[in-house]
Design a protein around this ligand. Structure first.
Ligand code: 13P
Ligand code: SF4
Length: 300
């Protein structure tokens, strides 16, 4: 392992590369990354990156966002099969139909979507920027795509606007049941419950805190409390074990493991740097469309 790390370090310098990782990546990957963040932070870092090569350890939509925001750079996705099933639930045609049905509404698109879908939208959001973005829109009516649960969270916080939802969901977070939360709270009565807004509304209702991966990490680290039930992917618990070992954490339900996020192994990062693969390309029209929606999110 030390050998692999040294080789990665050498290649990173030689190729003028920077390694970004999402909090759902394994700790092996998080520990070799230059930056670890939630989707919003990774997009921001990618936009500002000075290095010629960005190695994005995450899933495809994250690498596509990096490419859309910083097209001069080479963006590498070490495992090309690492996708997001939620992003695959909506097509550009679905968006066009919704726009035709509600012509006065703004289309707000969760970044967990393809570049083509972003290009059909007016503005993007991440879980940590969604409230800010929705409030910044002048339209009273918002078509929120594709995540119905994040959409419900935003709608509940912003009652002055009307929302139209799409029926997409994250297969991992959406599986968490209200009864899982009730059981976990009964088993750990002193623990606070922190969940991702991709969890269903019934679970959100029982939570002490709702936020993005980065916001959950911050909430736990800053809280005077010691015990937490975590309603998001296992990677966040693994990170807390390293960064806040004094806290006791419990995963809300055993199914909170994103297979796509776990596809990247340290060997794939090495291979990616050695062979300059797998480069992300976007057709220029799509890239410009996605860029506009992402850039508008950044300005909100
Ligand atoms: P964050 O923006 O909170 O990191 O979430 C990304 C994601 O894919 C959640 O499932
Ligand atoms: Fe997509 Fe869910 Fe995995 Fe996040 S956890 S990348 S939303 S499948």
């Amino acid at each position: 392992m030390q050998d692999i790390k040294e080789k990665i370090e050498e290649l990173r310098r030689e190729k003028d590369a920077v390694i970004f990782a999402h909090y759902y990546q394994t700790m092996d990957i998080q520990n070799i990354a230059d930056e670890v963040g939630d989707s919003f932070a990774l997009a921001k870092k990618a936009q500002a990156a000075k290095e010629q090569v960005i190695v994005l350890c995450g899933v495809r939509f994250m690498a596509e966002s990096a490419k859309a925001l910083n097209p001069e750079k080479t963006v590498l996705l070490p495992v090309p099969k690492a996708g997001c099933p939620m992003a695959d639930m909506i097509t550009p045609e679905d968006v066009r139909k919704l726009k035709a049905q509600y012509p006065d509404a703004a289309v707000m698109c969760y970044v967990n979507s393809s570049a083509e879908v972003k290009a059909e939208s007016d503005v993007c959001c991440t879980s940590s920027s969604a409230l800010r973005v929705a409030r910044s829109l002048k339209e009273e009516r918002i078509i929120f795509i594709p995540d119905q649960n994040l959409g419900a969270y935003v709608a509940q916080k912003i009652p002055e606007k009307t929302f139209i939802f799409f029926n997409g969901y994250c297969p991992i977070h959406h599986k968490v049941l209200e009864e899982d939360a009730v059981k976990a709270k009964a088993a750990h009565p002193d623990a606070l419950l922190a969940v991702h807004p991709e969890c269903p509304p019934a679970v959100q209702k029982l939570a002490d805190f709702i936020g993005s991966t980065a916001e959950i990490l911050e909430y736990v680290a800053d809280s005077p409390k010691e015990e937490f039930i975590i309603g998001t992917e296992q990677g966040v618990i693994d990170r807390l074990a390293q960064t806040a070992p004094e806290k006791k954490t419990y995963l809300l339900s055993p199914g909170l493991l994103c297979q796509d996020m776990k596809k990247t192994r340290i060997e794939d990062v090495l291979y990616s740097l050695e062979h300059h693969v797998h480069e992300v390309f976007l057709p220029e029209k799509e890239r410009i469309g996605a860029f506009k929606s992402l850039e508008r999110m950044m300005r909100a």
